[in-house]
Write a protein that binds this ligand. Structure first.
Ligand code: 1GP
Length: 251
């Protein structure tokens, strides 16, 4: 069976756009219903994690997802405490928009032995925060400054450096609950310089915003808050997919 990276790369090459739902392990009360909805609408991945968790329910969240779906589960960890072998893969995030050594290498060293034992597919990822219009938990907790939204050239060169270092995936994130999603100019500037699978998330609330992200060059869009608040948003999204088939311009 092909791995997660192989699937991401295949989708990128074919121009197939994919969707991941971000599950916050602090919010599991209605998770089984949400998972069933996500399965119904045909999403591609579940991401599990958060920058700041109040409770240690990552395992419980993963069990609920497994009990209700066969969709791959990818850890999107805010700290090494969120690493568990019960997922399928992990985004090994290097926060390269920031200059905090803990999120560039410190946490990775601490996590390396557990990751080696875990059997998780390790997806080395350039993690790049873009200003989403208001301070987010991730920028506060990581003690880093996001790249200004009106500086696509900085985002592009940062992504290029990450790809040259050898990260396999690039993730542009405006932060969970961002006021504004990553703007299309930033996505397309990054897309022009890298060939990695490109993940975009943070503040996507409408089918239109999602389509704009895809048309600018995102391969995989991540939706968290908006799906929690209104799972049927995906119905609108899938209709938009049908209207503008998945073969959207890549460059
Ligand atoms: C945040 O990209 C994710 O890291 C999802 O953000 O919750 O705003 O959709 P939202």
């Amino acid at each position: 069976m092909p791995g997660i990276y192989a699937n991401l790369e295949l989708a990128r090459v074919k121009g197939l756009k994919q969707i991941a739902i971000l599950v916050d392990p602090d919010k599991i009360d209605h998770l089984s219903e949400l998972v069933k909805k996500a399965v119904h609408y045909g999403i591609d991945y579940f991401f599990v994690g958060g920058s700041l968790l109040h409770s240690d329910q990552t395992e419980v969240a993963i069990r609920i997802i497994r009990d209700n779906s066969n969709i791959p589960i990818i850890l999107f960890p805010g700290s090494i405490n969120q690493i568990t072998p019960s997922a399928d893969g992990i985004l090994l995030l290097s926060l390269i928009s920031g200059r905090n050594p803990e999120f560039l290498i410190g946490a990775h060293v601490a996590a390396a032995p557990a990751l080696m034992r875990s059997g998780l597919e390790i997806l080395s990822t350039s993690y790049i925060l873009i200003d989403g219009g208001k301070p987010t938990t991730v920028s506060y907790i990581s003690n880093t400054t996001p790249i200004p939204a009106n500086k696509p050239d900085i985002a592009a060169v940062t992504a290029l450096a990450g790809a040259q270092i050898g990260h396999k995936i690039t993730y542009l994130d405006a932060g969970s609950g961002a006021q504004n999603p990553v703007n299309p100019a930033t996505i397309s500037a990054v897309r022009r310089l890298i060939t990695n699978p490109l993940i975009v998330g943070g503040g996507i609330r409408t089918a239109r915003q999602l389509q704009e992200a895809f048309m600018a060059g995102a391969d995989l869009a991540v939706i968290g808050h908006a799906f929690e608040e209104n799972p049927d948003l995906l119905s609108e999204v899938m209709k938009a997919f049908e209207l503008a088939p998945q073969k959207l311009p890549q460059d």
